[in-house]
Write a protein that binds this ligand. Sequence first.
Ligand code: PLP
Length: 379
Amino acid sequence: MDIIPLSVPKLAGNEWKYVKDCLDTGWISSVGSYVNQFEKQTTEFTGAKYAVAAMNGSAALHVSLRLLGVKQNDYVIVPNITFIASCNAITYAGAEPILMDVDVNTWQMDLNLLEEFLQTKTELNNNNCVLKADGRTIAAIMPVHVLGNMCDMEQLMQLASKFNLKVVEDATESLGSTFKGKHSGTFGHIGCFSYNGNKIISTGGGGMIITNDEAIAKQAKHLTTQAKIHPDEYIHDEIGYNYRLVNILAAVGVAQMEQLPDFLKKKKYISDFYKKYLTGIGDIQFQQIEKDVQPNNWLFTIRTSKSKEIFEKLKKNDIISRPFWMPMNQLRMFQNNIYFTKTDIANDVYSKSISIPCSTGISDPHLALVVKLIKECFN
Ligand SMILES: *Cc1c(COP(=O)(O)O)cnc(C)c1O
């Protein structure tokens, strides 16, 4: 029997042709037309003015924080439910994550809680948002569009502006998701995408920085290419990074972008299929989507008290499912960080959630088999 994977790339377009072109011409590395083309497709698709391709989503997040002036000893607010890369990037920038609990229905950062935190725990000092308890600067908020869903980005941006905070959207999971018709990643000062192996499009590994600010875009390209200032001579004006995406991977990205509209349709189909057949089964709940959000349905996830049984049952049948990320406050590195919460929703969502197969290449019989096995767990 074939293994049914969780979410694997579909490489059915021009990937082979474009990669072959790179190999045939020798343009495989960090300069080349596919990088530019991939960036152009991204600005056209998202409506962002500028896009700068990066080596991966983590690198994109790291450099973005630096671009917005986040520095040693600052704080950055991030949801307690996210993939570790968000908090790692904050740490690479020398800052410390402040963890915010999530909304019980959408599993995104709880904005009412965020507002309460900013109102009661911080103050403006020379137009600088500082934590009252220790006087350290809170430099930025990093909302994460968990599973391709989104929070109310207008409300978040209002709060950010009121408290003079920069915003880096961790949009690594939300290529194709919009709020009020505006693409994820275009609300904040910067947004970042990822193209790792299980994201909605994949370049094997890759990332993108988007922004509407020309100066930030220029600086993003500068910092991701070792901050070299002279076209010929090796003169650099600051500590940069070798974070630029290589042309051979961008070639895969260009081919993947061509198929993105079809991928989005298929992800929607998969989500509709599961919702149709799993609604009302035991205590299964779905991630709630607010009315202004058009999600990309990236990774289909259910919440149920039987998540562990479902995991085991699917595994026995060679079907890959995945537990949710352990909340950041439960990890050794962040257990002493500030975690602002009332009832620790993050832990509840974590302990009951499981992501189930939703590759864009999945067949109806495979979807039906997953549904059947899940239903059997409630008999
Ligand atoms: C995938 C992902 C990243 C990191 O992207 P990479 O390209 O794997 O470095 C960051 N944050 C979240 C929430 C992600 O899901």
